[in-house]
Design a protein around this ligand. Structure first.
Ligand code: HEC
Length: 202
């Protein structure tokens, strides 16, 4: 029993000398058996650093860095450009489904100003937006699709831009539907299939 008490006293002394009394304030870091990566040589966000000339730990990405999936390497698709010129035609196949998608987006984003048929007589015309053009002028009928794409992307005059409301594909689809509207108001007999011409009394 005497030995036990002696050994116990030794253990207590050893534990206390390593771990210290509760509530004791230490000025040196405690002895760490498992440091658990408490201390690492790293920068915390928005703190300062003497290493960099501007004194900030936050660094800008390397110039020219592009987030994955955001590389715009197709001039036709992303900018409507064909070399120095505005591109003509569409960078993707124009299907019935594609045009119908465009019609839907057109109804949501464009009719208020450009009107359901694209004649420029949307509701805003009667509220003072008198400069909205008709799509049926020769100028807009002959305008390359790429130039229209640029107008939709960046806006023009009183018309806002749609680069954040319409995806690249949406914008091209809307242009396809604009072409439909233009054809609808400027068709000739040659557009009517032979079989249907008799319906017109021809
Ligand atoms: C807030 C009203 C408004 C809305 C909405 C609007 N536009 Fe316009 N749009 C205008 C006005 C105004 C102009 C004339 C801009 C100018 O030439 O100053 C214009 C011009 C245009 C032109 C001719 C650009 C040129 O180069 O002359 C096209 C093409 C066009 N809009 C397409 C669209 C399409 C497609 C949408 C839907 C995605 C749309 N607009 C939505 C008001 C609007």
């Amino acid at each position: 029993m005497r030995y036990f008490l002696f050994a116990f006293a030794l253990v207590v002394a050893a534990v206390v000398s390593i771990l210290g009394f509760r509530g004791t304030t230490f000025t040196k870091p405690p002895l760490e058996i498992f440091p658990d990566m408490d201390r690492q040589s790293k920068y915390k966000p928005q703190s300062s650093s003497e290493f960099f000339a501007d004194g900030r730990t936050d660094r800008l990405p390397v110039t020219g860095t592009v987030a994955r999936g955001f590389l715009k390497d197709d001039d036709f698709l992303h900018f409507g450009k064909d070399g120095e010129n505005w591109a003509k035609g569409f960078p993707m196949p124009v299907t019935q489904e594609f045009v119908e998608h465009g019609a839907q987006k057109y109804a949501i984003y464009c009719t208020a100003c450009h009107g359901g048929t694209g004649d420029g007589n949307g509701v805003t015309k009667f509220r003072g937006m008198v400069t909205t053009p008709s799509y049926h002028d020769a100028r807009l009928r002959d305008m390359p699709e790429g130039e229209i794409f640029n107008t939709l992307t960046n806006g023009k005059g009183l018309m806002g831009y749609y680069k954040d409301k319409l995806t690249v594909e949406d914008r091209w689809a809307v242009i396809a539907y604009m072409r439909v509207l233009q054809r609808s108001q400027n068709a000739t007999v040659a557009d009517v299939p032979q079989a249907n011409r008799k319906d017109l009394g021809l």
